[in-house]
Design a protein around this ligand. Sequence first.
Ligand code: ARG
Length: 381
Amino acid sequence: MTTSRLCPPPLTGAVAAEAEDLLRQLAAEGHLPADAAAQRVKEMTDELTATGTYRQSAEELLHGARIAWRNNPQCVGKFYWKGLEVRDCREVGADGDESALFEALVDHLRLAWNGGRVRLLLSVFAPSRPDRPGPRVWNGQLIRYAGYRRHDGSFVGDPETADLTEAVRRLGWRGEGTEYDVLPLVIQWPGREPRWFDLPPDAVPEVRVSHPDHPWFERLGLRWHAFPTISDQVLELGGLRYPLAPFSAWYTCTEIGARNLSDTNRYDKLPAVARGMGLDTGRDRTLWRDRALLELTAAVLHSYDQAGVSIIDHHFATKQFVRHEEREHRSGRGCPADWSAIVPATSGSTTPVWQRRYLPTRVLPNFSPQPVPWASGDAEG
Ligand code: ARG
């Protein structure tokens, strides 16, 4: 077992306090009658004393996960927090079987895809226990493109995944070397060897980018995967930690057009788009980047619409966010938010969140970053 000394299992007392806190919140929000909550606190404390951990009910998991999303300061889409669907995968692969975990992750992708009407879907796998940390996947998202570092420091593919791609290659995986090679899933139970699995094509829907007015746009060969599935955050819920809890949702067009395909340290496609548009890229003052950025984002939105894949624009997303914020205030709650994550990557000042102020307060339950598992060869507990 590789439970590292850096991350000792949380003290039973701290777990009990967080668990009680969660039960109190669930009761306050009407998911648990007050007398049942008191009874449940007692049960949980007994189980904790006897075993050093406890098992959450399906209801605690569902409503707790929704609150964790609501509490997350990074997400502009929280308006829909009550619509989150939760799959209980806590028993999957519990005997250490990585292929069972892989199958469940593929099912997750198929369910979230839903023929293009993307679902808000969270799958929750085994929590960490004092004697055994939970499973991890190495991938930051279940679907992501490989990034190959060339000797001259340039990249083929997505530079964001360059370290992961190298780690996966060390395990023996070989990509084709294209700009859009889908990375395999690397699944690891702490203390066991990681195993990688190629995703079946039908679990990886993608959209090719074309422009409503510029036929040449398609020839740039740009594409992106249909929806994101964050898979490297730990769900911290009621004193338990679920290190594998992949979360799917639909995209906002700016994430792809104004970041993934355009950031200079990502796909860096603005020069190619600007050349296609016939813009003078010799001087910043021609605002070629701004013009290209707008057309690329418009192309993304158009292409997803054409393909029948859920996607929202940043104006709609931020209006919904403000509605969410107001609804939260009416419910007597705050709305933890990180302004820099909520304001879209383009046209920030044209959206209603621009002039508002937010506090990125961290409250539990929540989704939090965790250290990458491949660097130390040891997944976190
Ligand atoms: N920005 C990330 C990406 O482009 C995804 C983050 C989550 N986004 C979302 N719409 N739920 O892949």
